[in-house]
Design a protein around this ligand. Sequence first.
Ligand SMILES: [Zn+2]
Length: 109
Amino acid sequence: MTERIVGPAGSLAAENVRRIRELRGLTKKALSERTSTAGCPIPPLGISRIEKGERRIDVDDLLVLAQALQVPYAQLIEPPPPCASCQGAPPIGFSCLACGATAEGEANA
Ligand SMILES: [Zn+2]
């Protein structure tokens, strides 16, 4: 039941969801509530599974997640843009509020 069904774009989207959710300061429950408000509810467990690459993000998920995270949907399927404020390399121990880059050495596959 834990087979990996997510391809490279899906993995990137999963990382982006987690990155942008944390950037927004949202818990999985809070993000879940936003997807409910947007009319396409994803339960907290579903968000957890999406972020772990255990659940494929379909187009409806993508659109509602983008709406809930307040980003253009394309931003969820693209690598984080090079950032004018930190050049993708914020000071050690800090996360860039503009692009979400982190210098804490967190394991991002
Ligand atoms: Zn940045």
